[in-house]
Write a protein that binds this ligand. Structure first.
Ligand SMILES: Cc1cc2nc3c(=O)[nH]c(=O)nc-3n(C[C@H](O)[C@H](O)[C@H](O)COP(=O)(O)OP(=O)(O)OC[C@H]3O[C@@H](n4cnc5c(N)ncnc54)[C@H](O)[C@@H]3O)c2cc1C
Ligand code: SF4
Ligand code: SF4
Ligand code: SF4
Length: 543
C-alpha cells in the first residue's frame, strides 16, 4: 500500500523484539461482553440483542431472540418489576431504556400476528412431569420442550397460569394476553392437564413412567393473624379473595373494607375491592417509605381513591368498630407500639400478610429438606434432596416474582436436561460486565424515555380494563434506538474509520470486522473510540 501521509516517522519495525524502537505490546480483539441489563434480568434475557433487532425493524426476529430465554414477553412487559431497567447504563445519563415496554410491544405483536415458537429439537424420548402450571412450571416445560423432551403439566386449578391468573388482577394483566401466551406454549406440543391435584409425587412419577419431576406449586396459603373479637365471617385473606374474584365468585364485603398489609398483594386486593364499589382503607404498621409494595402501585392505588392508615396495627375489632394502635418507627426502622389508640368503622377485613407453602406433598418424600417457612431446599442444580425431583418458583427460598419463577424454569430445564443425559450441568462462565465507565461514548443523545399512556384514575375505579397502555411502533422503535448496545458491537464502523493503518475490514452485516495483524501497530485508536466497549486490547500472544 502507498504511504501518503506527511508524517515522516518510520513505521515500527515489528520484527525487532529487543533494543530500541517501537514494539507492539497489545493487539485489539473483538469481544462481546455482558450488559448490566442482561446481568440483572432473572431470565438472563439477551436484551441488547433483541433491542438491536427491533432497531432494524426486524420485529419477528427480535421476538424469537427474546423468547430464547423468556417464553412470555407480553406478560413480562406488563408485570415484571424490570430490574433490568434499574441496572441499565442509560440511567446514569438520563433515564433507562424502557426495556419492559419494548418487550411488551414485541409480545403483543407476536400475539397479533400469531408468531409461533420457532425451534428445532431432536426428540429424546424422555418424559418429564411438571406439577404446577404457574410461570415456573410453564417456563420449565417450555425450555425442556425446546431441548426435545416430552413434558406433561398437571395443575389442580381450572385454568393454567398460577398466580398470574389467580393473583395478578386483570387491570394489570388482561386475561386475553395471559391465555394467548400460555396457548403458544401449549401449541409447542406441551400437554397441560387441569383440575388435577397431585396427591403423591412418587406414585404419579411411577404410574406415568416419568424420568424426572419438576415441582412448582407456589405459595397459596394466606397467612392469618389473631385479632381479638374478629368475626371470622367478616375476615378473608387476599389470595383467597383474589382467587374468588377470578372464579366469578367475588364475596360481598360491605361498603367499607379494610386491607391489612403493605405489600403488592395488599395493593391488588385493595384496588380490586375498590372496583367492586367499596370504600377501601389500607392499614399498615410501617410508614410509606418502608412499605414492601412498589411505590408505583401505591401511587396508582392512591389515584384510585384508596385511603392509607400508615403506622397502625389492628388491636381489636368489635362489630364494625376497628381499634387501631399507633406505631412509632424506631432507629432501626421497626414499628413499635405506642399505647395510643384510635378507631375506624368498616364492614370487613382482608388480610394481606403474605403466603405460606403447602408442604403436605413434599413432607412425604424422603430426603427433601425444608426451611423454617416450609420452602423446599434445592441445590445449585435446582434438585431437591430426592434424586430426580427438581423444584423452583415461589416454593423454594427466593424473592417471589413471576420473573424469578421463569428464571428458575430456564435453570431447572438446563439441569433436568443434563440429568436425563446422565451429566451435571455446568454454567458457561459470564463475560465481563460493561458499566457506563467502560463505554467510550463519542456522541451524546438528548432522548427522554417514552411514557406509556394510562387510563383516567376516576374512570378506571369502576372496571377491570387495563390501566397502562402500550407503545406505538414508532415509540417502541425510538425506545429500542436509545440502547447503547453496551459490550456488544453494533457495527457502527467507528473502528474502521479510526484505524490509521487500514488494518480493519468489515465482513458484512452481522459478521463484524477482521483485523489484519500484519498492518496493525497496536495504536489503540479503534479501542479508545469504540462506543460500546466491544474491543479489548490484549497481550500480543492472546490475539
Ligand atoms: C396478588 C399477587 C400479585 C402479584 N403480582 C406480581 C407482579 O405484578 N409481578 C411479579 O413479578 N410477581 C407478582 N406476584 C408474584 C408471582 O405471581 C409469583 O411469584 C409467581 O406466580 C410464582 O410462580 P410459581 O410458578 O412458583 O407459582 P404459582 O404461580 O403460584 O403457580 C403454582 C401452581 O401450582 C398449582 N398447584 C398447587 N398445588 C398443586 C398440586 N398439589 N397439584 C397440582 N397443581 C398444584 C396451583 O394451582 C398453581 O397453578 C404476585 C403475587 C400475588 C399473590
Ligand atoms: S423479564 Fe423483566 S428483567 Fe427481564 S428483560 Fe423483561 S422486563 Fe427486564
Ligand atoms: S443501554 Fe441497552 S445494553 Fe446498555 S444497559 Fe441499557 S438496555 Fe442494556
Ligand atoms: S467501534 Fe463500532 S464497529 Fe467497531 S467494534 Fe465498536 S461498535 Fe463495533
Amino acid at each position: 500500500m502507498r504511504h501518503t501521509s506527511n508524517d515522516m516517522t518510520l513505521p515500527p519495525d515489528l520484527t525487532v523484539k529487543k533494543g530500541s524502537g517501537a514494539v507492539r505490546s497489545k493487539f485489539p480483539i473483538y469481544s462481546n461482553s455482558l450488559p448490566p441489563c442482561n446481568h440483572a434480568c432473572p431470565t438472563g434475557s439477551n436484551i441488547q440483542e433483541w433491542l438491536g433487532l427491533a432497531q432494524e425493524e426486524e420485529y419477528e426476529a427480535a421476538f424469537q431472540a427474546l423468547i430464547k430465554n423468556n417464553p412470555m414477553p407480553a406478560i413480562h412487559g406488563r408485570v415484571c418489576y424490570h430490574p433490568c431497567e434499574s441496572a441499565c447504563n442509560r440511567n446514569d445519563v438520563d433515564q433507562s431504556v424502557s426495556i419492559h415496554a419494548v418487550e411488551r410491544y414485541l409480545g403483543d405483536q407476536a400475539i397479533e400476528h400469531k408468531w409461533p415458537v420457532r425451534f428445532e429439537a431432536k426428540h429424546s424420548g424422555k418424559r418429564v412431569l411438571i406439577i404446577g402450571a404457574g410461570p415456573s412450571g410453564l417456563a420449565t416445560a417450555y425450555h425442556l420442550k425446546r431441548k426435545g423432551h416430552d413434558v406433561e403439566i398437571r395443575d389442580s386449578a381450572p385454568m393454567a397460569g398460577g398466580m398470574m391468573h389467580f393473583g395478578i388482577p386483570a387491570y394489570r394483566l388482561p386475561r386475553k394476553v395471559l391465555d394467548q401466551e400460555i396457548q403458544r406454549i401449549e401449541d409447542m406440543g406441551i400437554k397441560i392437564v387441569l383440575n388435577t391435584k397431585v396427591e403423591s409425587i412418587l406414585a404419579e412419577k411411577v404410574s406415568g413412567q416419568f424420568d424426572a419431576v419438576f415441582l412448582a406449586i407456589g405459595a397459596h396459603i394466606g397467612r392469618g393473624v389473631d385479632i381479638p373479637n374478629a368475626d371470622p365471617e367478616k375476615v378473608t385473606d387476599a389470595v383467597s379473595y383474589l382467587r374468588d374474584v377470578e372464579l366469578g365468585k367475588a364475596p360481598k364485603l360491605g361498603k367499607v373494607v379494610v386491607v391489612y398489609g403493605g405489600g403488592n398483594t395488599a395493593m391488588d386486593a385493595a384496588r380490586t375491592a375498590k372496583r367492586f364499589g367499596a370504600q377501601v382503607k389500607v392499614v399498615y404498621r410501617r410508614d410509606r417509605a418502608n412499605m414492601p409494595a412498589h411505590d408505583f402501585e401505591c401511587v396508582e392505588a392512591m389515584e384510585e381513591g384508596i385511603e392509607f392508615h400508615w403506622q397502625r396495627t389492628i388491636h381489636q375489632i368489635d362489630g364494625q368498630q376497628f381499634t387501631l394502635e399507633k406505631m412509632a418507627i424506631d432507629a432501626e426502622g421497626k414499628p413499635q407500639p405506642t399505647g395510643e389508640f384510635e378507631t375506624l368503622q368498616a364492614d370487613s377485613l382482608i388480610l394481606a400478610l403474605g403466603q405460606n407453602i403447602d408442604t403436605k406433598l413434599t413432607k412425604a418424600i424422603p430426603d427433601v429438606e425444608h426451611k423454617w417457612d416450609g420452602s423446599v431446599v434445592v441445590n445449585d442444580n435446582m434438585m431437591t434432596g430426592y434424586k430426580g425431583l427438581f423444584a423452583g418458583g415461589d416454593m423454594v427460598p427466593c424473592d417471589r416474582t413471576v420473573t424469578i419463577a421463569v428464571g428458575h424454569g430456564k435453570k431447572a430445564a438446563a439441569n433436568i436436561d443434563a440429568f436425563l443425559k446422565g451429566r451435571i450441568f455446568t454454567k458457561v462462565e459470564k463475560t465481563p460486565l460493561i458499566k457506563l465507565d467502560k463505554l467510550h461514548l463519542w456522541y451524546k443523545t438528548d432522548a427522554e424515555q417514552s411514557e406509556q399512556p394510562a387510563t383516567d384514575p376516576v374512570e378506571r375505579r369502576t372496571n377491570f380494563d387495563e390501566v397502562l397502555g402500550g407503545l406505538t411502533e414508532q415509540e417502541a422503535l425510538y425506545e429500542a434506538q436509545r440502547c447503547y448496545s453496551c459490550g456488544n458491537c453494533f457495527e457502527c464502523n467507528g473502528c474502521l474509520a479510526a484505524c490509521p493503518h487500514g488494518a480493519i475490514t468489515y465482513l458484512g452485516k452481522g459478521k463484524g470486522y477482521k483485523v489484519d495483524y500484519d498492518k496493525c501497530t497496536g495504536c489503540n485508536a479503534c479501542y479508545s473510540q469504540c462506543p460500546c466497549h466491544a474491543i479489548e486490547m490484549v497481550a500480543a500472544e492472546q490475539a
